[in-house]
Design a protein around this ligand. Sequence first.
Ligand code: GZL
Length: 324
Amino acid sequence: MTRKYLALVCALLLVLLCGCAPAAPVADDTYDDMIVVGFSQVGAESDWRNANTRSMQQALSEQNGYRLILDDAQQKQEKQITAIRNFIHQGVDYIVLAPTTEKGWDTVLAEAKSAGIPVIIVDRMIEAEDDSMFTCWIGSDFRKEGDEAVAWLEKRFGDEALRIVHLQGNIGSSAQIGRTEGLDHALAEHPQWELVYRDTGDFTQAKGQELVEALLARNVQFDVIYSENDNMAYGAIDALKKAGLQPGKDVTIISFDASHRALELVMAGEISFDVECNPLHGPRVQAIIEKLEAGGKPPKLTYVEESTFDAATITREIMDGRGY
Ligand code: GZL
């Protein structure tokens, strides 16, 4: 039962019992029969993020019975915390959080819990005092993604020595943590693999290009770029081309997300291997809310199925049928 319906029932009971009508609710009555969802989104830093936002907007649309209040935090946790407090003040029915990082959510999630507002976490994971701080989580297994990438490198290069440049995502995000763990595990397993450089490119194309240009300017030698998302890989490719190097040939490029633009580069042989990280959480969140509205209990944690792509497996049919 939505909070507004409950308020209406209470109001009617009040009128019947004492013949007086309570002050009209503050909320805008245009949306009274809609489910109001406050969505705190990380930002707009990547193709993945924009596809994720579009998916949420398409699913939680007015014609589907939702009023979606979207807040873009520009990759800053403090902006997300402010947004969640605003959602609580506005009395939304649900809060959806795509968290920038894993830590630092307990205080504001306790406030949402005290306000009786269910919180659905999407994409990256959070560390919580106890799991009653959020209703459920749906996202990716980032360590598995890293392991998939490493398995492809092992198959492609066997026991060859590799000099690896590692472009990390936002430090402290579970996407970065899991994908980095996958590579670190492999570096410990393969003494012939050398990590020649590691830094965060913040999941952005500009920073990815900047980091690789600086390496090339210092004449750092490397065989592989392990880029924790497609947009940093785009930047790395631009830097390599500016230096007269052929991405996918002179340097093997591993990437994550498998957005449409990246799969075009896989087909072109510039990105060597891309691990899917599926952003289409809109319909999944819609199904969770509908289950909750009907009094159901969604699973606490749901991992989405994901695939991988290289030149041997990608086809135009696959690319055009994926939705992002
Ligand atoms: C992963 C997601 C990451 C993507 C990046 O689920 O959090 O954030 O891999 C995005 O493209 O910026």
